[in-house]
Design a protein around this ligand. Structure first.
Ligand code: BGC
Length: 732
C-alpha cells in the first residue's frame, strides 16, 4: 500500500465498500452540512459537501433531451452556448417501438448528453399511466399499459445509469391530472393502484434499480405524494426496499413534519423566489432547511430520519458525482442523432392504409409510389412548426430540428423522379415558436383568414397527385402541455373541416397526426391513409419522410387505446374526470371509478370497438402467425411469416385471460411481447415466456398478489384486437 492510500480517509478510498464509505462520510458531517445536502441551493442544484470534497449535484429535465440551463435562481435562460442538445422522440413514441433495446439506447445516448452538460441526474423518465386522452402530459409517458411501460422503462434507466447518470423516475404516483395537479386528491382502489398505476414504478425500483424517484404533486389519501406515508414509507421504501433518493417535484413539498417522517430525501423548487426575495438565502426557507434544523436543535427530532436521508444522498453522490469510472460525455454526436432517428422511425405508427381502386387493380396509398405520384401537396401547420419547444419542463433548446416539410423536400431532392412538393398552410394553430426564452424556429406568422387558408389548400389539392396533411395537436397550453389538460377530444383549430374539404377534392389523402394523445377522427372513413407521427424530436422530418417514401417500413404499435369518442374511455364514461371540488374549493377529489378498467381493459369489458386498438399498427408488408403451441404453462411458441414483399418487423403480443377467478378480472391483459424483423418470405418461431405473476391479481384483503389455480388462456396476436390464436392451460 503506498503512503497516499494509507492516508486516504475511508470515505474517499475506492477500495472500501460504498456503504462503509457512506458511514465514514456521515460521521464527519456537521448538522449544517447534513441539512444542506437535503435541499436545493438553486433552481436545479443542491450542494455537495465542499469541505469533504463532494461536488454539488446538478440535475435537469428530462425526459427527452437535456434541458437548457436557466439562471441560478430564476427560470430565465442562462444563455449558454453549450446547451443545445439532441431532442429524442417523446416517450410515447419510444413506447410505440415496443422495443426494449431502443429504450436502452435512448437512456445511453441521453446519459452521454447529460454527462457532457455536467448533470448527475436526469428528471425522467415518466411512467404515469395514460388514464384519459385529455391528459396534458401523456406525451411524456409510456402509454396505458403497466406491462408495456414496465418493459420499456427498465432498459431506459439501465442505459442512462450505465453512464453514471441517475434517473429520477416520475411522478410517483397517480399523477394523471395536470389541470389541478396540486389540488387533486386521488381516490383509487388498492387493486387499481397496484395493478395499473404502480407496476412501472415498481419495475423501475426493483428491476432497474433507479437511483432517483420524484414524488408527484397530487395527493393520495389526503396526503401530498412528496411526503406520503403509504406511498413512500410503506410501499416504496418498505415493500420495494428502495435504497435511492426521493426527490420532491418542484414545489411539491408542503410540510416539514411530513417531509421529515414520510420519506422525502431531497427538496427542490419550493415556491420561494430564492435569493431575489430579500432574504439572505430564501432556500433556508425550504421545509427541509432551517425549520428542520431548528426542530432538531430543540429536540423535536433525533437525527435518525436526517441520517437516513443523508445516507441516501451520499449513496447518490457515490453513484454519480463521486464515480470516477464514468465515461466521458458528448453532445450532439452523430450517434445521438442516429439514436433519435432510429427510435422515431420505429415508433411511427401506420394506423390505416387502405387500397384505392386503380385501373387494373388496386393499390395502397403508402408508401408513396413515385412512378405515379409526381406532385405532392403538403398541408398543415404541423408540417412547419417546431415541436421541441413548448409543453412545459420537457421543452428543449435543440441544435437542430428537421421539420416535416423540410424532411420531405430534402428526401425528394435525392430522388431522380421528377417530384414537386408544394405547401399550403390550411389552418393556423399557434404561431408562437419560442418557449421559456428559447426561440429556434423561423417565423410561422400568418395573416390570412381561416377561410382563405382553407380555400387555398383545397384549390391546390385539386391539382395534386397526393395530399399529405400534417395536423394534430402541439405543445401549447391545453394541447399536449404540462400544467393543463386538453379541453376537448376533437382536433383544434378547425382541422376537421379542412380534412373533410380536402378529402372531397382529392382521394389520395394521407393524414399525419402529430401528438402524444389520441384525437377524434370523425372523417376517418374518408381518409385512406393515416400515420401517427408523435413528437419525435430532432430528426422528425427525416423520420417521417423515410416512412412516407417507404425507405423504412413502419413497425410502431399504439401504446394506448385510440377511442372513437371520449365517452368510450372508462374515466369519462363514468364521469370520473376531473372530479369534485370540496366545499372549501381547496381540494378536488378524483375517484378512479373505472378501477382497473383503463384503456383496452375498459373497451374489452364494455365490448366497445375503439377506432384503433391498443397494440395496433400496420406495416407495408403482411405477416401470418401459425397456431401457437404451449411448451409449458409459462412458455408459448408461435411461428411468424413475412408474407409480403418487403422486409419488416412485427410485434407478437401475448395477453393472459383468467377464465375463472374469485374476483372480477379483465378480459385480457398484456403479459409478454417480442418484436421480430423478417425478410420477405422468412419464417421464425417466436417463444414468449411469462412468470407466475402474469397470472396473478392484487388481493385487497391480504394486500398481496395472488394466483388462483384454474384455467387460463394465452391469447397471441399482433394487436389487442388481432388475436391469431390461443393456448388453453390449467394451473394446478
Ligand atoms: C415538473 C417536473 C419537472 C420539474 C423541474 C415540475 O413542474 O412537474 O416534471 O421535472 O418541474 O422542471
Amino acid at each position: 500500500m503506498n503512503a497516499q492510500a494509507q492516508t486516504l480517509p475511508k470515505y474517499l478510498d475506492e477500495r472500501v465498500p460504498v456503504e462503509q464509505r457512506i458511514d465514514d462520510a456521515l460521521s464527519r458531517m456537521t448538522l449544517d452540512e447534513k441539512i444542506a445536502v437535503i435541499h436545493a441551493q438553486s433552481k436545479f442544484s443542491s450542494p455537495g459537501v465542499k469541505r469533504l470534497g463532494f461536488p454539488d449535484l446538478w440535475t435537469d429535465d428530462g425526459p427527452h433531451g437535456v434541458r437548457p440551463d436557466v439562471l441560478w435562481d430564476e427560470w430565465e435562460q442562462a444563455g449558454q452556448s453549450n446547451d443545445s442538445c439532441v431532442a429524442f422522440p417523446a416517450l410515447t413514441c419510444l413506447a410505440a417501438t415496443w422495443n426494449p433495446q431502443m429504450a436502452c439506447l435512448y437512456g445511453e445516448s441521453l446519459g452521454e448528453e447529460a454527462l457532457y452538460r455536467g448533470k448527475a441526474m436526469i428528471l425522467g423518465p415518466g411512467v404515469n399511466i395514460n388514464r384519459t386522452p385529455l391528459g396534458g402530459r401523456n406525451f411524456e409517458y409510456m402509454g396505458e399499459d403497466p406491462w408495456l411501460a414496465s418493459r420499456m422503462v427498465v432498459p431506459y434507466i439501465q442505459g442512462l445509469q450505465s453512464k453514471g447518470v441517475a434517473a429520477c423516475v416520475k411522478h410517483y404516483a397517480l399523477n394523471n391530472d395536470e389541470e389541478y395537479r396540486h389540488q387533486v386528491n386521488v381516490i383509487v382502489s388498492d387493486r387499481a393502484l397496484h395493478e395499473i398505476y404502480l407496476p412501472a414504478f415498481k419495475a423501475a425500483v426493483t428491476e432497474a434499480g433507479t437511483w432517483g424517484l420524484m414524488g408527484a404533486y397530487n395527493l393520495y389519501q389526503n396526503q401530498h405524494n412528496c411526503h406520503n406515508d403509504i406511498m413512500l414509507n410503506q410501499i416504496l421504501k418498505g415493500e420495494w426496499q428502495y435504497d435511492g433518493v426521493v426527490v420532491s417535484d418542484w414545489g411539491g413539498c408542503h410540510d416539514t413534519d411530513e417531509a421529515v417522517r414520510n420519506g422525502l430525501d431531497l427538496e427542490f423548487g419550493t415556491w420561494t423566489d430564492g435569493l431575489t426575495m430579500g432574504a439572505t438565502n430564501a432556500y433556508d426557507g425550504y421545509y427541509l432547511a432551517a425549520a428542520y434544523k431548528q426542530a432538531i436543535r430543540e429536540g423535536r427530532y433525533t437525527t435518525k430520519e436526517l441520517d437516513d436521508k443523508v445516507r441516501r444522498v451520499l449513496r447518490l453522490f457515490y453513484r454519480t458525482t463521486m464515480n470516477r469510472q464514468k465515461p466521458y460525455g458528448f453532445l450532439c454526436s452523430e450517434s445521438h442523432y442516429d439514436t433519435a432517428l432510429k427510435i422515431a422511425q420505429e415508433g411511427i405508427v401506420l394506423l390505416k392504409n387502405e387500397s384505392l381502386p386503380l385501373k387494373g387493380g388496386s393499390q395502397r396509398l403508402l408508401p408513396l409510389d413515385l412512378s405515379k405520384v409526381k406532385r405532392i401537396l403538403v398541408v398543415g401547420e404541423n408540417a412547419i412548426k417546431m415541436m421541441t419547444v413548448g409543453g412545459g419542463s420537457s421543452s428543449l433548446k435543440v441544435q437542430k430540428e428537421i421539420l416535416p416539410l423540410d424532411g420531405l423536400i430534402s428526401r425528394a431532392s435525392t430522388l431522380n423522379a421528377q417530384l414537386s412538393i408544394d405547401y399550403a398552410r390550411g389552418y393556423v394553430g399557434d404561431t408562437v415558436q419560442s418557449y421559456n426564452g428559447v426561440t429556434v424556429g423561423r417565423s410561422i406568422a400568418e395573416n390570412r383568414s381561416a377561410e382563405e387558408l382553407l380555400q387555398e389548400a383545397v384549390e391546390k389539392a385539386k391539382g395534386a397527385d397526393c395530399v399529405i396533411v400534417f395536423g394534430g395537436l402541439n405543445k401549447s397550453n391545453y394541447q399536449d402541455c404540462e400544467g393543463h389538460d386538453r379541453k376537448e377530444y376533437g382536433l383544434p383549430y378547425g382541422q376537421d373541416r379542412l380534412i373533410e374539404a380536402l378529402a372531397k377534392v382529392n382521394k389520395n389523402l394521407v393524414y399525419v397526426n402529430i401528438s402524444g394523445n389520441a384525437v377524434a377522427m370523425p372523417w376517418v372513413d374518408k381518409v385512406p391513409a393515416i400515420l401517427q407521427g408523435w413528437f419525435i424530436g430532432s430528426e422528425a422530418g427525416e423520420a417521417l419522410a423515410s416512412v412516407l417514401f417507404g425507405d423504412v417500413n413502419p413497425s410502431g404499435k399504439l401504446p394506448f387505446t385510440w377511442f372513437r369518442q371520449l365517452e368510450d374511455c372508462g374515466a369519462h364514461a363514468l364521469g370520473a374526470f376531473p372530479g369534485t371540488w370540496r366545499d372549501d374549493y381547496k381540494i378536488i377529489d378524483e375517484e378512479y371509478k373505472e378501477g382497473i378498467y383503463v384503456g383496452y381493459r375498459w373497451t374489452d369489458k364494455q365490448k366497445v370497438r375503439p377506432l384503433f386498438a391498443f397494440g395496433h399498427g400496420l406495416s407495408y408488408t403482411t405477416f401470418k402467425l401459425g397456431k401457437p403451441t404451449l411448451n409449458s404453462p409459462t412458455s408459448f411458441t408461435v411461428s411468424v411469416t413475412n408474407t409480403g414483399n418487403m422486409a419488416g418487423s412485427e410485434t407478437i403480443q401475448l395477453y393472459i385471460s383468467d377464465k375463472h377467478a374469485s374476483v372480477d378480472r379483465p378480459v385480457k391483459e398484456l403479459k409478454a411481447f417480442q418484436k421480430v424483423f423478417l425478410q420477405p418470405g422468412e419464417t421464425r418461431d417466436v417463444t414468449l415466456t411469462i412468470g407466475r405473476e402474469a397470472l396473478s391479481f392484487y388481493d385487497e384483503a391480504s394486500h398481496q398478489w395472488k394466483v388462483e389455480p384454474g384455467k387460463f388462456e394465452a391469447l397471441i396476436g399482433t394487436a389487442s384486437d388481432q388475436i391469431a390464436g390461443k393456448c388453453v392451460f390449467e394451473l394446478k
